[in-house]
Structures are given as structure tokens and as C-alpha cells.
Design a binder for this molecule. Structure first.
Ligand SMILES: C[S@@+](CC[C@H](N)C(=O)[O-])C[C@H]1O[C@@H](n2cnc3c(N)ncnc32)[C@H](O)[C@@H]1O
Length: 373
């Protein structure tokens, strides 16, 4: 709209004003779209937690009353939500002209996989859960930003913990296939009696996937968050691998106190840890001479740049609301944040007595794999 401010006879000052007006309009537009995005995320969280998407997926179109009845929720709110979702294109409506009570809604194509299919690599409902969890901690985040303190994983709560585990699960289930393509690592995992450590194991899906793929493997998972350890133990039990996969409530920096490991892994967690150098140093002491230490962490650019890619923006977003405050909830803390660049990891590795790092797999979802050398 600001292009209408330009005229054929503009002076230099006019041009400056027009450019400024265009920039203002563009940024106002951006903020409006961001608000729509926030509404989408929060409405997805509501619909997901209330079981509304799951119910809609089962039916051939539902009215607000039917949805509310089947999910033991309130019909007036259900109607508003259904209409908002249809207005936003997340739901289709059979007859928009019908009386409000008669309108039947169903999931738009593609929505079921993204919001309900927990095994799909496109499963992104956890993003909404994570955003909702962080939104619930904004006052604590403000305090932390003023004082230099933190907001712990425990404080971020059950939605953040479970969303993180659910978000990574489909990717972690691909680990055996990815590692099968790395000869030396595959050889280690296939060794008779092999034993591996999974540092910062969270919901335990990495340990479980590797144990399932390698029936002779034993896995010890480490995590400092008690609720995560309990979740991982439950998941291992349900997956039928609890006899070979144990989860310890234990700092990753103490891994060397738990014996020798043929491989030590840290999947998307080193940047959360307050003392990454101690952890890499402990991994060095714990790994067998012919073993490997493998870190999966965010596929950041080599260096900071303004107007960066969407991936970098996503990583900075996680860093602001989750990873940096979590890391800084411990004292002292390296305060790494989500955007752990290769140079930062190399620096940590060298400080821990290693000589270098090597990229094993440059891109795997949001991540990459490094070997510590
Ligand atoms: C982003 S989650 C990743 C979990 C899991 N590896 C995954 O990919 O789903 C980071 C995990 O690291 C754990 N963590 C943070 N500091 C730790 C430490 N010093 N020792 C062990 N675990 C730690 C957190 O409790 C959390 O479960």
C-alpha cells in the first residue's frame, strides 16, 4: 500500500519518506502475520489437548455439539474454535452457509499427519505444545533476562518435556538407518556385547531405537531431569527393551564413573548442558580406545549473519525461550544456547583434551552429526 506514496515528481526527501513508509508497512504486515501464526499455534494447542483433532479425524464431519459431546467439552467454545480453524484453513466445512449449529467440520488435507501421526517426520504438533509451555513461563523468562538467571527444564514443565521428546522421536527412530551408513560406527554397534552411553537421553527414544536395531546392545542413558528419566524408563518398558536399556538420574559429566563404553552419544543436548567441556572430558575418559564419541546437535551455519535462514531463526527462537534459559538455570553455566556453531563445539572439544571434530552427517532434520576426534 505504501507504493501509492511514490509520485513521479518525488524529491530525494519524498523518496526517503516513502522508503521509510514502505518499511513501516512491511514490518506492520510481518507482525500481523506473526500474530496470526501465534493464534494458529495456540489454537492448535487447544484443539490438540482437548482431543478435538483426534475426534475430527475419526469422523466424517462433526458439528460443534457433536464434537463437544464426544470430547466432554463446551459446545460454545467448540463452535468458536471450529469456525476459527475453518477461517484459517486448518479445517474444511461442509456447508458454510448452514446455520451455525448445523455446520459440519472435518480436517483439511494434510492436517492429520502433521498434528496426529506421532511416527511421521512431519509430526509437528509438538511445536505448538512447546510454544505454549514457553508462553506459560514468560514472567519467569523476564525475571531471568533481567537477573541473568534461568528457567529450568523442570520449570518449563511437562508440555515442554514431552513435546521435545515427541518432536525428536520420529527422527531418533531413523538413527539405526543413518548409522548403518557409517561403517566404523555400524561396526561398533554390531560388536558382540557392545555397550553405549546416551547422554541427556530425555524421553529415551535414541536408546530405544538403537537397542531395538541391535539385539546384542546394552545402553545406559543419563539425564539430570527426574521426570525425563521416569518417562524414558516407561518408554523402554513399553518398547520391550528395558532388560538392555537403563536410564540413570545422573549428570552426563559423571559418565566415566559408570564403566567403559564402546560409543558415547549426546543427541541434541550438549548445548543445553551447563558444563559441556566437563561432559566431553568425561566422554573421553569413558569411551573405549577403539570407540567413538558422536554428538548430534543443531545444523547451524558456520558463523552468525543478519537476515539468516529460517532454520537459524527457528534455532534462535528455541534458544530465547527454552535452551539458553534452561542451560543458565544451573550455576555455573557455559550458557551455550541452541545455536552451537561448529567453532564453539571445536573449542569445547579442544578444552576437554580432544584434538578436533569432524562432521559425520551434515544434515539430518534440524541437526548434524559430529565425531569428536
Ligand atoms: C533437548 S533435550 C534432548 C533429549 C534427547 N536427547 C532427545 O533428543 O530427545 C536435552 C536433555 O538434556 C538433559 N540434560 C541437561 N543437562 C544435563 C546434564 N548435565 N547431564 C545429563 N542430562 C542433561 C535435559 O534434562 C534434557 O532431557
Amino acid at each position: 500500500m505504501s507504493t501509492t506514496l511514490l509520485t513521479d515528481t518525488h524529491t530525494e526527501t519524498d523518496t526517503d519518506t516513502a522508503t521509510e513508509a514502505e518499511a513501516t508497512a512491511a514490518f506492520a504486515d510481518r507482525l500481523t502475520h506473526a500474530t496470526l501464526g501465534w493464534f494458529d499455534l495456540m489454537a492448535v494447542h487447544l484443539g490438540s489437548q482437548l482431543g478435538w483433532y483426534a475426534e475430527l479425524a475419526k469422523a466424517e464431519g462433526l458439528t460443534a455439539d457433536q464434537l463437544a459431546h464426544r470430547t466432554d467439552s463446551d459446545a460454545r467454545y467448540a463452535r468458536e474454535w471450529l469456525e476459527q480453524q475453518a477461517a484459517s484453513g486448518i479445517l474444511d466445512v461442509d456447508d458454510a452457509e448452514a446455520a451455525a449449529a448445523e455446520r459440519r467440520f472435518r480436517l483439511a488435507p494434510g492436517v492429520a499427519e502433521v498434528l496426529l501421526d506421532r511416527g511421521s517426520l512431519s509430526y509437528l504438533e509438538p511445536l505448538a505444545r512447546m510454544a505454549a509451555a514457553a508462553s506459560g513461563q514468560l514472567d519467569a523468562l523476564l525475571d531471568a533476562y533481567r537477573s541473568g538467571g534461568g528457567v529450568s527444564w523442570e520449570q518449563l514443565g511437562v508440555h515442554a518435556r514431552e513435546a521435545q521428546a515427541d518432536m525428536n522421536r520420529p527422527w531418533l527412530e531413523q538413527l539405526p538407518a543413518v548409522f548403518a551408513g557409517i561403517d566404523r560406527l555400524d561396526g561398533i554397534l554390531c560388536r558382540p556385547g557392545a555397550r553405549i552411553a546416551d547422554l541427556g537421553a530425555g524421553g529415551g527414544w535414541s536408546s530405544i531405537a538403537l537397542a531395538r536395531a541391535h539385539p546384542q546392545l546394552t545402553v545406559v542413558g543419563f539425564d539430570v531431569d527426574e521426570a525425563s528419566v521416569e518417562m524414558a524408563r516407561r518408554n523402554a518398558l513399553e518398547a520391550g527393551v528395558a532388560d538392555r536399556v537403563e536410564f540413570l538420574l545422573c549428570d552426563a559429566a559423571l559418565v566415566a564413573e559408570h564403566g567403559r563404553f564402546d560409543a558415547v552419544f549426546a543427541f541434541e543436548c550438549l548445548h543445553d548442558m551447563p558444563h559441556p567441556v566437563d561432559v566431553l572430558s568425561a566422554a573421553r575418559a569413558a569411551v573405549a580406545e577403539d570407540g567413538m564419541v558422536v554428538i548430534m546437535d543443531e545444523a547451524t551455519e558456520e558463523r552468525f549473519a543478519a537476515n539468516a535462514s529460517e532454520l537459524e531463526r527457528l534455532l534462535y527462537g528455541f534458544s530465547l525461550f527454552v535452551c539458553l534459559p534452561d542451560g543458565r538455570s544451573h550455576r555455573p553455566s557455559a550458557g551455550t544456547g541452541t545455536v552451537m556453531r561448529p567453532s564453539t563445539l571445536r573449542g569445547y572439544a579442544r578444552e576437554a583434551g580432544w584434538s578436533d571434530i569432524r562432521v559425520l552427517v551434515p544434515e539430518f532434520g534440524l541437526w548434524r552429526f559430529y565425531e569428536i576426534l
